[in-house]
Structure formats: structure tokens, C-alpha cells
Design a protein around this ligand. Structure first.
Ligand code: NAD
Ligand code: DAU
Length: 338
């Protein structure tokens, strides 16, 4: 009998990439995708596996105990891989409430039912943003203190602490992963790379926050999925694993690279008011997962970014479907006063 993984947030960017990757590489598992389909959830990402007998979608909200109870009772999963979250820093600055509810209360609900159902392992997908910000030197290791600076990061750090407490107090088998910035297909166009591609393609201005010299450490989404696979199968109980590709870029250099690939003018670049509490630099030390679990990134940045730009050019309809009333209202609020 196949083992069952309950994947939360599987209709989002990383969750849908994970499900596609995992079903392709592991015939011995079934996946239940549990997602409430917020503005960021998009089932069309998974249309190619709709008829796969190892896959089922269940619409439900992780903050609703009844929904969570029902999915555990109906499917009796062996593992939980928890992606579902509010994930965008700028939205958390505009309104943090849903971040507290989903990221903290939702995670607590899942931990409670995982405990009641004796789940074999709970993999919590967290972020390097919980560590705060770096100066010009140094890297985040798993030993760094948690020091979040945005409401989003604070809500993720809180959820990490609940996962840790579940291990320490109840002996639940958990792992926490903390990955750097992901890029690739199916990323919502509010995030830097797809936003810049989309704006440039449409000859719209490219809003660069502050001086554009903030640094992010970019990893191709499929490399992140492979790392989660390694943690699910080989991670030691209670451990945290950082995931990163050692690929640091200033925002402005990355934006110029994208413009070059699209053959668009740098005149589209517009410097705007900085993000409040804007973290200066993220950089991951991922030696623990590399040495202990034998994972390493496989996708070179130039290949990954070419693939991503090409994907957004080939799948313009995907983006057009997302640029709806809710998104335009968010975009107006976000950029009108900058
Ligand atoms: P996303 O915003 O693209 O997707 C989130 C998904 O969660 C959506 O499908 C949404 O419908 C679902 N969801 C939201 N609230 C829900 C609720 N209450 N109940 C059920 N489903 C709900 O996010 P993403 O970028 O794919 O990130 C996935 C996870 O990875 C998040 O936990 C995020 O913190 C973490 N992460 C993201 C990055 C990154 O660069 N994007 C890096 C490191 C970690
Ligand atoms: O590091 C992991 C995190 O990466 C994840 O936990 C988050 O879910 C994910 O959204 C991402 O957070 P960032 O804040 O780093 O990503 P974002 O794409 O929003 O911004 C990347 C950088 O680009 C950041 O320095 C802010 C800047 N930026 C962003 C936008 C949307 C701009 O200059 N202009 C923009 O319009």
C-alpha cells in the first residue's frame, strides 16, 4: 500500500512544484493536497496530474479545526509536509492579521491533529527570514538566533517555535527547513522576479525599493523540492536544516540581468520608497544539509533564470489570469504612494 503525504498549500508556488516533482520521482506515495485556494493558490498549476490516481485535492482551511480534523480522519496520512502560509512580506506590512491566523494558528492546528493521528513525520517549510538581516559579511547557520523583522517573518518564526515545542513537549517527529529566496515557474507576480518580468514585458515601470543594493540568495525551486525530499526521508528528528544555493545577487543587478534577457531598456527602472524594516542581506550556510543528508543544488543560476524567463513568456495566460481585481487593488495600494 502506498504511503500518504498530506501536503498543505500545494496549490501555491513551491507546493505545486513540490507535488509535480514528488509524484514524478516517487511512485510509492500518494499525495493529498490540502489548500484553501487563497489569491495565491492556483489549481491550474496541477492540471497535468488531475487524473493521477496517486493524487487528490481537498479544499480546506488550516485555520479551521473541522476542515483539518476531516482531512486527517478521511485520509489517515503517514506524513505532513506543511507549505500553506501567507507568504508575502509587503502584504504583511499592509495587514498582518491573516498572517498571524494562518501561519501561527494554522500550524498549531496541524500539529495538534498530527499528534492525534500519530503522524510519522511533520516537515515544516520555513524561511531564512526568521534569522533577520545580515551585514556585508557572514551567513545564517542553524545556530543563529531567531530575530525576525517583518510581520511575515515574525509569524513564521512563531510557527517554527510551535513546531520545536511539539518535538520537545510531545516527542513529535518534526523537521524545520529554512530556505532562501526561491524562483521558477508558477511564482505569483507580486514577488520580485515574476513582477519584474511581467512589468518589463508590458513596458511598465520596475519599482526598485530603496537603493536596490539589498541582497538575496536565490535558489531554483526544484532544488528546494529535492532538499525537502531529502529532509523527509533522511532528516533526523527535531532538526533544523538551512537550504540555499550560495547565489547572492543585489536586487538591482538581478533586475538589470532580467531586462537584458528580455531585450528591454534600463529606463524602465524606477527607484521608489523603501520597504519599511527592509532586511539588507540574506545568505545561507547550507553545509549541514549538504554534509549530513547528501543534498546539493543541481541547477546553475544562468540555466534556472533562462528557464524562468522563458516560462513566463510562454505562459502569459497564467499570469493574465492572476492579474485580476484583487491583485490590481493590492498593486495599487502597494505602489501608488511610493
Ligand atoms: P504561496 O503564497 O505561493 O502559496 C501559499 C499556498 O498556501 C497557496 O496555495 C494558498 O492558497 C495556501 N494557503 C494559504 N492560506 C491557507 C490556509 N489558511 N489554509 C490552507 N491553505 C492556505 O507561497 P510559496 O511562496 O509557495 O511558499 C510556500 C511556503 O514556503 C511558505 O510557508 C513560505 O513561508 C515558505 N518559503 C517560501 C520561500 C519563497 O521564496 N517563496 C522561501 C522559503 C520558504
Ligand atoms: O528569503 C525567503 C523569503 O523570500 C520567503 O520566506 C518569502 O515568502 C518570499 O516572499 C521572499 O521574501 P522577500 O521579501 O525576500 O521577497 P520579495 O520577492 O518580496 O523581494 C525580494 C527583494 O526585492 C527584496 O529585497 C525587496 C525587493 N523588491 C521587491 C518587490 C516586490 C523590490 O525592490 N521591488 C519590488 O517591487
Amino acid at each position: 500500500m502506498s504511503k500518504i503525504i498530506l501536503v498543505t498549500g500545494g496549490a501555491g508556488f513551491i507546493g505545486s512544484n513540490f507535488i509535480l516533482y514528488f509524484l514524478k520521482n516517487h511512485k510509492e506515495y500518494s499525495i493529498i493536497n490540502f489548500d484553501s485556494l487563497t489569491y495565491a493558490g492556483n489549481l491550474s498549476n496541477l492540471s497535468s496530474i488531475e487524473d493521477n490516481s496517486n493524487y487528490a485535492f481537498v479544499k480546506g482551511d488550516i485555520t479551521n479545526s473541522k476542515d483539518v480534523k476531516n482531512v486527517f480522519e478521511e485520509y489517515n496520512p503517514d506524513f505532513v509536509v506543511h507549505f500553506a502560509a501567507e507568504s508575502h512580506v509587503d502584504r504583511s506590512i499592509l495587514d498582518s492579521e491573516v498572517f498571524i491566523k494562518t501561519n501561527i494558528l494554522g500550524t498549531n492546528n496541524l500539529l495538534t491533529y498530527s499528534r492525534e493521528h500519530n503522524i510519522q513525520k511533520f516537515v515544516h517549510i520555513s524561511t531564512d527570514e526568521v534569522y533577520g538581516s545580515l551585514g556585508n559579511e557572514g551567513f545564517f547557520t542553524e545556530e543563529n538566533n531567531i530575530s525576525p523583522n517583518s510581520p511575515y517573518a515574525a509569524s513564521k518564526a512563531s510557527s517554527d517555535l510551535l513546531v520545536r515545542a511539539a518535538y520537545k513537549t510531545y516527542g513529535q517527529n518534526v523537521n524545520i527547513t529554512r530556505c532562501s529566496n526561491n524562483y521558477g515557474p508558477y511564482q505569483f507576480p507580486e514577488k520580485l522576479i515574476p513582477l519584474m518580468i511581467n512589468n518589463a514585458v508590458n513596458d511598465k515601470k520596475l519599482p526598485v525599493y530603496g537603493d536596490g543594493k539589498n541582497v538575496r540568495d536565490w535558489i531554483y525551486v526544484e532544488d528546494h523540492c529535492r532538499a525537502i525530499d531529502a529532509v523527509l526521508h533522511k532528516g533526523k528528528p527535531g532538526e533544523v536544516y538551512n537550504i540555499g544555493s550560495s547565489n547572492e545577487w543585489t536586487n538591482i543587478d538581478l533586475i538589470k540581468l532580467i531586462l537584458k534577457k528580455l531585450g528591454k531598456s534600463e529606463n524602465l527602472i524606477t527607484y521608489v520608497k523603501d520597504r519599511p524594516g527592509h532586511d539588507r542581506r540574506y545568505a545561507i550556510d547550507s553545509s549541514k544539509i549538504r554534509e549530513e543528508l547528501g543534498w546539493k543544488p543541481q541547477v546553475e543560476f544562468q540555466d534556472g533564470i533562462n528557464n524562468t524567463v522563458e516560462w513566463y513568456l510562454n505562459f502569459k495566460k497564467w499570469t493574465e489570469n492572476i492579474v485580476n481585481g484583487e491583485y490590481l487593488e493590492y498593486y495599487r495600494k502597494q505602489y501608488s504612494e511610493r
